[in-house]
Design a binder for this molecule. Structure first.
Ligand code: HEC
Length: 117
């Protein structure tokens, strides 16, 4: 009986843990989306259409972002940190290297971009 009770407690605790880590990652995705869309943070939307959203200005500099869920997190991180490492003539600024976005902000962006199909 005691064993069953302990098992029940253990499974209740682990489902709590699972749902809270899911809530956390959801929060990260939301934060990343906000950074992507907000002028004073990433302002990525000024150059990239994403998820059906784009600025009215048709002369965007960057490609429409899609299929990013297939990218490894590290590749997305590196792209945002310093695009010149993979593309020396990139027109995209190095958000991490320039100190515009910190490590946590870039990780939030990566979480958001990984939801883009
Ligand atoms: C000044 C315009 C500009 C801004 C602002 C900008 N980008 Fe870019 N981005 C580009 C260009 C141009 C490319 C294509 C060249 C390259 O891959 O380096 C690109 C490529 C990318 C790619 C690779 C896409 C692919 O399919 O290969 C990702 C991911 C990306 N940008 C994310 C971001 C994020 C996140 C932000 C905001 C922090 C951002 N960009 C801000 C211009 C921009």
């Amino acid at each position: 009986m005691k064993l069953i009770k302990n098992l029940l407690i253990a499974s209740a605790v682990s489902s709590l843990l699972i749902s809270s880590s899911f809530a956390n990652s959801n929060k990260l995705v939301k934060q990343g989306e906000k950074i992507f869309l907000t002028k004073k943070f990433g302002n990525c939307i000024s150059c990239h259409a994403i998820n059906g959203q784009e600025l009215p200005n048709p002369g965007s500099f960057g490609p429409k972002l899609q299929y990013l869920s297939a990218w490894p997190a590290q590749a997305l991180y590196d792209k945002i940190y310093d695009p010149y490492t993979t593309n020396p003539i990139s027109a995209m600024p190095a958000f991490g290297k320039n100190g515009w976005l910190n490590d946590n902000e870039i990780k939030a962006l990566v979480a958001y971009l990984q939801t883009i199909n």
